[in-house]
Design a protein around this ligand. Structure first.
Ligand code: NAD
Ligand code: IPM
Ligand code: MN
Length: 368
């Protein structure tokens, strides 16, 4: 088989630290499973700003188009927090999503059995939890115009962002959610604020119409976003698939990560539009950021990054067995009691990023 072309973009902060552990797993798959990866690595975010003066180069966008899939770490560095939006590290990920039209950000929140006690919620509330949040990722208030900061005649200022959604933008992401639900428990909850926002009202209308036209076998419900945040904490297992806009999806997925024990556990896949051959651009990344507060200490949890790579194997390369093997290894390592600091209980010994990575390889070896 010809090698799979991967573009690896570690980024800033803990990004390179957790990506290192994925690189070991890639090597293991090549040596032990006969897979072959052609990996190209590049700088994004603050690391790219430092060397090239921009958060992402056009060349990197072109490499992303050419790759079979992109594995992204995280971007963001307090040293660049005060520059304009056209020159922030975060622009790297926003630009990748936009230029590749990666409109569907899939954020699965699953609770590993061994981690039911790691959540801040009671075990009986989160045990067996399996939610898929489908977040629209190239529209909404993140990208709508007008936007900017204007100076008013009295010298004070006005900050402007605009939430915009069109019928087709809503429909294509809702379609992804309905298709996923068919392979899961068959339920979609569409989340907006139609009580205050026109874009939310249109969202609800479009999802309802699409459902009536093509997806009557799926159970559809609607929920206001504020209530959804509350329901996710009150009784998270009522949800199967949640479909929502860019900003609400961002907030609700960080919230959902704590149901699983830690932000360091949640992977994601961001999928684009398929061409005639069925090939689609895709980017895989943990939902967490560069974690400047723990960067450089070697204590970050690498599991979200590792699970993102498993999603890449499953969705973009159709390597179900390899993906399952990695997910099983994560599950086994957690069952053995190994914990990075973010998921360790009080008084429990925490291991480093690289120790966690090494333990995954050991389990893979033992099962091989
Ligand atoms: P963050 O996700 O980086 O961190 C939030 C908290 O969670 C921190 O206390 C951090 O230590 C902890 N945490 C996150 N990942 C962890 C891991 N793998 N293991 C253990 N603990 C972990 O969010 P933030 O602090 O609000 O943002 C920091 C920077 O990251 C900002 O510049 C932000 O814009 C950026 N960011 C980038 C992405 C991305 O690249 N996709 C995502 C979110 C935030
Ligand atoms: C995420 C992040 C990004 C977002 C930032 C870094 C632009 O928070 O991937 O969740 O808001 O989409
Ligand atoms: Mn986020």
């Amino acid at each position: 088989q010809s090698p799979k072309k991967l573009l690896v973009l570690p980024g800033d902060g803990i990004g390179p630290e957790v990506m290192q552990e994925v690189r070991h797993i890639m090597t293991w798959l090549e040596q032990k499973r006969g897979l072959s990866f052609e990996v190209s690595e590049d700088l994004v975010g603050g690391a790219s700003l430092e060397k090239y003066g921009v958060p992402i180069r056009d060349e990197v966008i072109e490499k992303a188009w050419a790759a079979d899939a992109v594995l992204f770490g995280s971007v963001g560095d307090p040293r660049w927090a005060h520059v304009g939006f056209e020159k922030r590290p975060e622009l790297a990920i926003l630009k990748l999503r936009q230029e590749l039209a990666l409109f569907a950000n899939l954020r699965p929140a699953q609770v590993f059995d061994a981690l039911v006690d790691a959540s801040t919620l009671r075990p009986e509330v989160v045990q067996g939890l399996d939610i898929m949040i489908v977040r629209e990722s190239v529209g909404g208030i993140y990208f709508g115009s007008p936007r900017g900061i204007e100076t008013l005649s009295d010298g004070s200022k006005k900050g402007i962002n605009t939430e915009v959604y069109t019928t087709s933008e809503i429909e294509r992401v809702a379609r992804v959610a309905f298709d996923l639900a068919r392979k899961r428990q068959g339920r979609v909850c569409s989340v907006e604020k139609c009580n205050v926002m026109e874009s939310g009202l249109l969202w609800k209308e479009v999802v309802t119409e699409l459902h009536a036209r093509e997806y009557q076998d799926v159970e559809l419900s609607h929920m206001l976003a504020d209530n959804c945040a509350m329901q996710l904490v009150r009784n998270p297992r009522q949800f199967d698939v949640i479909v929502t806009g860019n900003l609400f999806g961002d907030l609700l997925s960080d919230l959902a990560s704590m149901l699983t024990g830690s932000l360091g556990m949640l992977p994601s896949a961001t999928l684009g539009v398929a061409d005639e051959s069925g090939k689609f651009p895709a980017l895989y990344e943990p939902i967490h950021g560069s974690a400047p507060d723990i960067a450089g200490k070697g204590i970050a949890n690498p599991l979200a990054q590792i699970l993102s790579f498993a999603m890449l194997l499953r969705y973009s390369l159709n390597l179900q067995d390899a993906a399952q093997e990695i997910e099983n290894a994560v599950s086994a390592v957690l069952a053995s009691g190994l914990r990075t600091a973010d998921i360790a209980g009080a008084g429990q010994k925490a291991v480093s990023t690289s120790e966690m990575g090494k333990a995954i390889i050991e389990v893979l070896n033992a099962a091989a």
